[in-house]
Design a protein around this ligand. Structure first.
Ligand code: SF4
Length: 195
């Protein structure tokens, strides 16, 4: 049976909590802290792939004061235009996320999975068995370069549970809807998902 938005959001919040706990544990093992970092992960260019995260992001945005939401939406339009320019020039965009306010996330509780998992060394085993390894952020790589037995966070069960939640959220619509492949700015510009 298809989940209601309320039930799906409750499950997603619980899954995000697990991601946060797994990330914190991995960061402690690696010795990684974001304090005083001269870089900012929020300029990383990512696509996101689930309707349930897209809807939950908008759930958070809709709880904000109107003026603030409109400010974020205007920034998202700028971001999308700048990203297109960079891509047309053959460059990978490196633009500050439209939801970042002076280094702080404007939708912290509703931020997307990748925002929560970026940084520590991690691995993902895809459903086809392909193993994809990520070395982590530049600080993480520096910390682990000389280490023989680096702790690597396995994202696989977390991704699997997100994929299952997406199926339960979409129900029979799953096969009719186009695949989500949007940057966060594009999710803002497009408005909440409709189906
Ligand atoms: S949603 Fe928040 S944490 Fe994610 S990139 Fe934007 S500002 Fe950073």
């Amino acid at each position: 049976m298809k989940l209601t938005s309320k039930a799906a959001f409750r499950k997603l919040a619980a899954l995000y909590k697990r991601m946060g706990d797994a990330y914190a544990d991995a960061a402690t093992r690696v010795g990684l802290s974001c304090a005083d970092c001269e870089d900012n992960c929020c300029t990383s260019y990512f696509q996101h792939h689930t309707y349930v995260e897209w809807a939950y992001l908008w759930h958070g945005l809709n709880a904000l004061p109107e003026a603030r939401r409109q400010d974020y939406l205007a920034r998202a339009e700028d971001y999308a235009a700048q990203a297109r320019q960079a891509l047309d020039a053959g460059e990978r965009p490196r633009i500050m996320c439209p939801l970042n306010d002076g280094g702080l996330c404007g939708v912290y509780e509703h931020r997307l999975m990748i925002c929560r998992m970026h940084g520590v060394p991690n691995v993902l085993v895809k459903p086809n068995g392909q193993r994809v390894q990520f070395a982590g952020c530049f600080r993480s790589q520096a910390l682990t370069r000389e280490v023989d037995d680096v702790f690597v966070l396995d994202r696989t069960p977390l991704y699997r549970d997100l994929a299952r939640l997406e199926m339960d959220y979409l129900g029979s619509k799953l096969r009719q809807l186009p695949r989500v492949d949007l940057t966060l700015a594009e999710m803002l510009v497009a408005g909440p998902p409709r189906f």
